[in-house]
Structure formats: structure tokens, C-alpha cells
Design a protein around this ligand. Sequence first.
Ligand SMILES: [Zn+2]
Length: 320
Amino acid sequence: MYIGAIDMGGSKTIVAVLNEQFEILTMERFEGHEKDWRKHFDRTVALLDRCTNKLHITTNDLSALGVVPPGMVRNERFLLLAPATGWRDLDMIEEYHYRTGFDIIATDCDVNASAIAESDVTGIKDFLWYNISNGIGAAIIANGENVPGANGVSGELGHVKVEYENPRPCPCGQKGCCEAHASGAAIGRQVLQLANENPRYAKLFSDNGYPVNAYGASLLARENEPISLKVFQEAGKYIGRSIAIGLNVINPPRVFVGGGVSRSLDLLLPEIRHQIEIGTVEFARNVPIEQTNLGYYAALKGAAAIALRKYQKYNGTSRP
Ligand SMILES: [Zn+2]
């Protein structure tokens, strides 16, 4: 079986064909985004053609298509707002049906879709999926299904308040959100500021050829460099406060952490654990916190997973 998958990130778009084991068979990508969403969508469909050509098949051989747009999605259909691109109020299913003619098209936000893929890949049916990349988000998976909330935007643990003394403004309009203090972008901004203030710290990045961002700082932290260790300890404190709220509210049996910053989970985890220890009720506390099994292409696999589920629903076959 062939499944088409489109992952539109804030900074790049990946188009791919996967099989039902979520193995990526072929992939195309482009950086940035078109201001006009119509052009952007047209471009993804052209790349989908190129992907199928490389496999010597046609788009007619795809069983379903999954599309993950870069923003909040209501009712597994409507893109409410994509903050990075400014697109809003788009009927994703209709737009892609119009462009491809496919009947089976699934869409959801990257975090929800990734969480569904985690469940299908591992067979685990109850967990909190916590995503740390440019933003911070979460999805609640119960009995193998995403718990969507009234408008499909449940699990916004990136926008719970975790800093009251010196709250930073958040793109969502609030102040002191976890996302404003501990996302990959927030960590990156802090690293840049520290490097600007401290030439000796800046020199560590240039001497080693590391980028001055969250990833570069994680490499220094692994070499026990104290300023970078402190940065991840701070971020871990905020992320820990946010996860603790999630544990108190839903008491999940397990937490998976995805997103680019999850590669640094080992650096964050001691402080996350500490915050959970002091911020949760006793019986919600002893929960395994693990890195995602999906690797770097979680959202792409997520797009394929929601598409496969829709295909199986239409064709009356049960999920693996
Ligand atoms: Zn916020």
C-alpha cells in the first residue's frame, strides 16, 4: 500500500510516499513558504507527482493522502490559523480534494497526527504526547484515539503559565507561557542573548563550529559547559511545570516527548523530574517519560497515520 503524506512545517515542507508500516519510500522538500497558500498547496501536489514518478507509480496508486498544516486544526478539517504563514480559515479537505481528486484525505495538526502515529507504531493506547520544537504543544491519546476537545485544540500545554516573576510575551497573546520560555525558539533566543553578552561564551560556539542556537548549546552542555547546562536546566524547569499540570489533570500512564528539542531530553529530564516531584499529587507522579519512537520525521509519519486510519475506516478494516 502507498500513502501520500504532506508535512508543512513553519520553515519547510516535506512531501513523501510511505507504506503502511510508515516507512518513507520517497521524499521531496522545499524550504520556506509561499505567501499565497494556493501556490503553496499547488507546489505540494506537484511534488507528490514527482514522488510517485520516482516510484514508477501514479497518484492513482495512492490509497489515501494525509496533510499536516502548520497550525491549529478544528474538527480534523479546518485550518484555523497558521501563525508562521498567516494563512487562516482554510478547508484543508476541500482544497486538497479539488487539487488531487482523492476521496480519502485526512488532516490534523502536527502534534495530534504525530501522537496518532506513536500509538499505531508502538501499539500503546494511552499516553500524553508532548512536543518541543519551535513551539510547544501536546496531545492526549486515550484508548488509541486523540481527545480533541470542543474545538479540536485540547492539550495546549505550551500555553499554560509557568513564569510569574519575569513573564515573557507569547505569540498566543498571554505572558509567561511555557512556549515563551522553553520552546526551541525560546532556548535559541536565550543562547543568542547570552553569547552577545559574553564573548567567552560566544567563542565556544565559533571555536567548535557549533550553531549559536538550542542545538549548539546542547552540544556544549554534553561537554559539561556550565552556561549551556544552566540554559537546559532553566528550560527543563518550565517544561517540567507544564508537564506536571498535564499529569495532575489527566493522570496519563506514560509521556512521549517529540519535536527537535526532544533530542536533548536527557539534558532536560533531571529538572523535569524535580518539577514533577514538587508539582504533582503523589499518585500522578511515577510516570515514564520517554523520547518518541518516531524519530525526526514524526509529523510526516503522523500525516500517513491519520490517512491510513481514514482509509481503514472507509474500507471497514481494523487498525493494526
Ligand atoms: Zn502562549
